[in-house]
Design a protein around this ligand. Structure first.
Ligand code: SAH
Length: 389
């Protein structure tokens, strides 16, 4: 069966899809296709009818077309999706028990996210096309070894933009209560049916022990600690003291419970990081290692200016509290804040703090969150390890 055809229109602004990007917006096409095509495969052609690949279509979203194949005429069916899942799994290190197995456009499966937590998979269907094939996707995932359960975490609000409802269910039908999982040598109590993201910040899991190695003998502040990933690894590595703060009382409770379970000593407090820095602004030299891992300040370019001001303020205040030789491990997960922008914000902050600062490392997102050259949106997590004089 042939796919319906969607035609790009001649635009004053060159559509990015012509240069290999996998997205087409409603304003870039000649005419939208009938609603009956939503959730199906559609062939894209340029204004001269030259083929540009096959994508999934949904006219309810501004993002009407998302490529999953570079050829035209590829079906969106059980066997295509199974092949893509097998390829995504084969690209990843089979020894990793905690990590992302499938990541949307970066794995040519727009809208499908699959995370592994030991013997449990958490699946998110974020597009109508993926939702339609979810039974086949689950069947395919069930063939992976050592699995006890698959959770369908379909409670992400972006589903509404696709015309989908929100729900959470398991393949077995049984409840999945919170339980202990051992990630990078530390036990965390995770709620895979209700926690933020799919239950854990898997994209920072390599950073937790890596920053922990820097912590021996240091007085540590883990700002934006959530479940305490950084704080607990610092305590385990022999930090002199660890203070973990988060504005969410629930996150702080979890961090405390995780510390107790692992026999580690940290102080966890519910506080707004900005207020904390204001309250302690005169206490220079209070910490020897500060971790800043805030939520995204800008999800889109329009929010960029405000976000950059936020990052500058935060990093400036942290640098002021660092002892001589102190280390700042600072991150941004705002996709539009690229490495060059983030670095210039940090340079501004260092200048205002009157500190000379050296770059010790430039951490990035782990390999199971792959960055695609043709899809800059896949790169979103950037960090710097800095040492202040
Ligand atoms: N570092 C964590 C992830 C942090 S996610 C890890 O590696 O697992 C960001 C956290 O910042 C969330 O837990 C959120 O509750 C918290 N947060 C958001 N705004 C905050 C603020 N102004 N002050 C303190 N915490 C905040």
């Amino acid at each position: 069966m042939n796919n319906p055809v969607l035609s790009l229109k001649r635009c004053p602004r060159r559509p990015r899809v012509l240069d290999g990007h996998p997205w087409v917006f409603a304003g870039e096409v000649e005419t939208l296709l009938p609603k009956s095509v939503n959730g199906l495969a559609v062939d894209l052609v340029d204004p001269r009818r030259r083929p540009l690949g096959t994508g999934i279509y949904n006219s309810r979203s501004k993002l009407v077309w998302r490529r999953f194949a570079r050829d035209n005429g590829v079906p969106w069916d059980d066997s295509t999706v199974a092949g893509r899942i097998e390829a995504a799994v084969a690209r990843r290190d089979p020894s990793v028990r905690y990590g992302r197995l499938v990541w949307s456009e970066a794995d040519d499966l727009p809208g499908l996210v699959v995370d592994r937590y030991d013997d449990v998979l958490v699946v998110q269907a974020l597009t109508l096309a993926v939702d339609r094939l979810l039974p086949a996707i689950v069947d395919c995932l069930q063939s992976l070894p050592d699995l006890a359960e698959i959770v369908r975490r379909n409670d992400t609000p972006v589903r509404r933009q696709e015309g989908l409802d929100l729900n959470v269910s398991t393949v077995s039908g049984a409840d999945v209560p919170s339980r202990w999982f051992s990630i990078e040598g530390i036990e965390f109590r995770l709620d895979l049916t209700g926690g933020q993201k799919t239950g854990f910040y898997l994209d920072q899991r390599e950073q937790h022990p890596a920053v922990g190695f820097l912590a021996k003998g240091r007085r540590v502040l883990d700002a934006f600690c959530h479940q305490g990933g950084f704080a607990l690894h610092c305590a385990k590595s022999g930090a002199a003291s660890v203070l973990a703060i988060d504005s969410s009382a629930e996150a702080v409770e979890n961090a405390r419970a995780n510390a107790a379970r692992n026999g580690l000593t940290i102080t966890a407090e519910a506080a707004n990081v900005f207020d904390f820095f204001t309250a302690h602004r005169e206490e220079r030299g209070l910490f020897d290692l500060i971790i800043l891992d805030p939520p995204p300040f800008a999800r889109s370019r329009s929010a960029l200016d405000g976000a950059l001001r936020g990052y500058k303020e935060l990093n400036l205040r942290a640098l002021r509290l660092l002892s001589p030789g102190g280390i700042l491990a600072t991150y941004t997960c705002s996709q539009p804040v690229d490495r060059a922008l983030f670095r210039s914000v940090l340079a501004d902050a260092a200048h205002d703090a009157r500190r000379s600062v050296t770059i010790l490392g430039e951490p990035r997102q782990p390999a199971d969150h792959p960055v695609r050259l043709d899809f800059p949106e896949s790169e979103y997590l950037r960090g710097y390890w800095l040492q202040a004089d």
